[in-house]
Design a protein around this ligand. Structure first.
Ligand code: HEC
Length: 126
């Protein structure tokens, strides 16, 4: 009985030390090249109205955590679909408390490659 307890204790210590060796604060994930391009598009086109830090309204809502929120915004739409629609047809779903002032001609101004990278970037904002 004593032995069993002892082994359990050792196991617990090993388990805990294994855990503490992994960093508790996740490092900023390095973006893949496509998302990185999307980040540049975001900075050029979207950052004037959207912050990426929580609870910060510029003109539009903060996009902190948008990849997670996007999954539940519109029933039947995946996060990717919601984000894409938010950019191409922002008037279809207007976030509560905001006006529908987002630019709508973006699809004509950026290439589809830029658009894809932009969506890829936003999908990293979990
Ligand atoms: C002129 C300011 C403005 C610009 C520029 C702008 N937005 Fe917005 N955006 C808004 C406003 C206001 C809303 C909230 C109303 C709505 O839902 O359309 C919004 C909503 C959104 C949403 C939905 C957020 C949510 O919580 O559901 C996404 C995603 C988004 N914008 C992405 C973008 C991206 C990507 C760009 C750059 C291509 C961009 N916006 C450029 C003003 C802007």
């Amino acid at each position: 009985m004593r032995n069993k307890l002892f082994i359990l204790l050792i196991a617990a210590v090993l388990f805990l030390s294994a855990c503490s060796s992994t960093p508790t604060v996740a490092p900023m994930p390095t973006l893949d090249p496509i998302a990185k391009q999307g980040q540049a598009v975001f900075n050029a086109r979207c950052a004037t109205c959207h912050a990426l830090v929580p609870d910060t309204i510029i003109i539009g809502p903060s996009l902190y955590g948008i990849a997670t929120r996007a999954e539940t915004r519109v029933e039947g739409q995946t996060a990717e679909e919601y984000i894409t629609m938010s950019i191409l047809r922002p008037g279809d779903y207007v976030v509560e408390g905001f006006n529908n002032v987002m630019i709508t001609n973006l699809a004509k101004e950026i290439t589809s490659e830029e658009m894809n990278s932009l969506v890829a970037f936003l999908l990293t904002l979990k």
